[in-house]
Design a binder for this molecule. Structure first.
Ligand SMILES: [Zn+2]
Length: 284
């Protein structure tokens, strides 16, 4: 699933080509994309308006159209956005036409989990985002104190904590593994048990992993593609993610695969010591 670096890569490719242009037509071929709203409602709200800015929050692309009409796009599992593809690409669900065909943008999504949601007016946008997303990790606001406060008392593993978008926006399975490895923190360590020093390392690890992902144009381990169809390169730079059995880049011990937060998770259990089992009181 595309995470912050993948979505931001797309945003950076699309924004200079599309900002300032008029959305002349919006063809929604799959009503599931904007459900529960009917496609006609979404088309009415957006078409004919100029795209003032293409932003991002967490894994959402935020299309800001004239008069504070916002489209919030989430690519979910398999969504891609192709700019000016030749012909009709497979699994096309939505097509945007800008400036009388100067640019065509296709949203393609074989598994159809991707969504497009409307927010009308800045307060509606703020409410939408506040309900779903926590701190934006590259905004300068991700710090140990905030994470530790949020995690207090939580028994859930730190990996689950990082995957919850209401804590840190934009981190998914790849970047959570890479961040925890950089931080030297085991993914199964209970979030509420991390020390201030460990949260510092996690905050830094998240930022560093995301920045590395962005610099490589994101990771293309499955469906993610750039707006021109190219692949990202970050999958070639993973430190531990999907590298089970390979030597840890720091200590040489084999990387292990385990399950945390219900997801395939990769770690070096020498660099990221496993938390000690709590001692059980034997029944009388
Ligand atoms: Zn190691």
């Amino acid at each position: 699933m595309p995470e912050l670096p993948e979505v931001e890569t797309l945003r950076r490719q699309l924004a200079p080509r599309l900002e300032g242009r008029r959305l002349d037509a919006l063809a929604i071929h799959d009503a599931r994309w904007c459900a529960p709203l009917a496609p006609a409602v979404v088309v009415d709200a957006l078409h004919g308006r100029r795209l003032e800015a293409l932003g991002r929050r967490g894994k959402y692309l935020v299309w800001e159209l004239e008069d504070e009409a916002f489209l919030l796009m989430h690519l979910r599992m398999t969504g891609t956005l192709l700019l000016d593809p030749a012909g009709e690409p497979p699994y096309e669900r939505v097509r945007f036409t800008f400036d009388a065909g100067a640019h065509e943008l296709c949203f393609c999504d074989p598994r159809r989990f991707g969504t497009g949601e409307l927010a009308l007016g800045a307060p509606a946008l703020e409410a939408f985002l506040a309900l779903r997303l926590g701190v934006e990790p590259l905004s300068g606001q991700l710090d140990a104190a905030a994470l530790r406060r949020r995690a207090r008392g939580r028994r859930a593993p730190v990996k689950a904590f990082l995957l919850d978008q209401r804590n840190v926006a934009g981190v998914g399975n790849i970047y959570a593994d890479e961040a925890l490895f950089r931080a030297g923190v085991h993914p199964l360590r209970p979030a509420g048990a991390l020390t201030r020093v460990q949260w510092d390392a996690v905050a830094r690890g998240v930022r560093e992993a995301l920045v590395a992902g962005l610099a490589a144009g994101g990771a293309s381990i499955d469906d993610f593609r750039h707006a021109d169809g190219d692949r990202g390169a970050f999958q070639d730079e993973f430190l531990v993610h999907r590298r089970a059995g390979e030597p840890c880049p720091v200590c040489g011990c084999p990387v292990v695969k385990l399950v945390a937060a219900g997801r395939g998770t990769y770690a070096c259990e020498r660099c990221q010591p496993r938390p000690r089992r709590r001692r059980r009181v034997a029944p009388a």
